[in-house]
Ligand binder design. Structure first.
Ligand SMILES: [Zn+2]
Ligand SMILES: [Zn+2]
Length: 405
């Protein structure tokens, strides 16, 4: 979903223009700049302008100030001839990139906050509707982002960083908020630059726990020996499975377990787990569980511990990623780059706010769920003209849920 009307896009474009005019110095300039391909979407155009390259940061900043992109991206790949057509670029290597997007996560809040809009009648509908009952036109979906979505994206990023640093030992890790509902992680260590697609797939498989099986973990067999079972302090996935299984056993929340696994057996498994002897603490009592329950618990622990990345992005060695500290045209928020050590303190409702909060403007809100931006709180609203800080108004205009009155 994008702007409801052209006048809304023009208004937001002017805000972006002013921002880039004053603050293009904050753009994050990737290293080996001249070897990267750049591309951007202009406002009001569905075609990406791509195969661009820049020999200096000034050239890049000048383009951003002059063209005011809605979205701007660069390649994680390095090329001999970044301006050439794809097959003639001369691929040198690519950083290892990860995309975490709340849209791909099983957040239960989605059901409550996504809705649809008829752009013509400016009416909102529940997500189950496909056509407008007034004009018969096709409805467009609004994927809302709430603080629960943002928090689950952060949790996935946390698990990913733990695997990348702890298991792989990568040292040069770059982290950015996407400016919408997720995080981007880029590994820049030299060793990974020339990995091909299949090697990247193996890294992905490790991160999501593909092929992790009970036998390898010492948890298979009808009569299993607890002394081979994973210990809490074991390195890699063994420790991860032990810790996650213990966490699940300590809480025994059937609802949460169902949500995590998407498997209705969760309720029955929780009943069974409640009935087993509580005389354990260090290790989950794998040997006391029926084999099917054990397998269920392993799968659940894997889901709990894996980082839910977009697997396609990481395997693609030509992928473009959003330019750090540029504005995201879906929100008007900044794709803020920050230190991975600050992930826990990062406030996605405050730190990426780039447009002014100290000026206000009237907008006609079709529907907005509750939202918080730089301390400003907007309760849930429907069909109302409101005077809002520019950054809040821009967010609603970009999402296509409000229009200029
Ligand atoms: Zn309509
Ligand atoms: Zn949500």
């Amino acid at each position: 979903m994008s702007f409801l009307r052209e006048s809304d896009a023009i208004f937001v474009r002017n805000l972006f223009k002013k921002f880039y005019h004053e603050r293009s110095g904050e753009l994050f300039i990737p290293n080996r700049l001249s070897e990267r391909e750049f591309g951007y979407f202009p406002f009001g155009d569905k075609m990406m302008v791509r195969h661009l390259s820049f020999s200096s940061s000034k050239e890049l900043r000048d383009l951003v100030s002059q063209k005011t992109p809605l979205h701007i991206y660069h390649s994680a790949a390095l090329y001999k001839y970044p301006r050439a057509p794809m097959e003639e670029k001369g691929w040198i290597g690519a950083e290892l990139i990860f995309d975490i997007d709340a849209d791909h996560l099983k957040t239960p809040c989605k059901k409550g906050h996504d809705f649809k809009i008829c752009k013509k009648c400016l009416t909102e509908y529940p997500v189950e509707f496909d056509y407008c009952t007034e004009c018969g036109g096709q409805l467009e979906k609004v994927e809302w982002v709430c603080e629960k979505c943002l928090e689950s994206a952060r949790n996935e990023a946390r698990k990913l960083l733990d695997i990348l640093e702890g298991d792989f030992g990568f040292g040069e890790i770059h982290l950015a908020f996407s400016g919408n509902r997720g995080y981007h992680v880029v590994v820049k260590d030299r060793e990974i630059l020339d990995l091909g697609q299949s090697q990247r797939k193996e890294i992905v498989d490790y991160i999501v726990g593909t092929g992790l099986d009970a036998r390898v973990l010492g948890l298979d067999g009808r009569k299993m020996d607890l002394s081979y079972a994973p210990e809490l302090g074991d390195p890699g996935w063994r420790g991860r499975i032990a810790r996650s299984a213990l966490e699940i056993l300590m809480t025994l929340d059937a609802e949460a377990l169902h949500e995590l696994t998407g498997d209705k057996r969760a309720y029955q498994v929780v009943e069974e787990l409640k009935s087993i002897d509580k005389g354990w603490s260090e290790k989950p009592p794998w040997n006391l569980l029926r084999r099917s329950t054990r397998m269920f618990l392993i799968e659940a622990a894997k889901e709990y511990a894996a980082s839910h990345i977009d697997v396609v992005v990481t395997q693609d060695v030509h992928r473009l990623i959003r330019l750090g500290n540029s504005l995201n045209g879906k929100t008007g928020l900044m794709a803020k780059v920050f230190d991975p050590d600050d992930l826990d303190n990062f406030d996605p409702t405050r730190n990426p706010v780039a447009l002014p909060m100290d000026e206000e403007i009237h907008v006609r809100v079709i529907r907005s769920n509750e939202l918080r931006l730089a301390g400003f709180e907007l309760p849930s609203k429907r069909k109302e003209i409101l005077e809002l800080p520019l950054a809040v108004a821009a967010l609603l205009l970009c999402r296509g849920v409000a229009t200029l009155p």
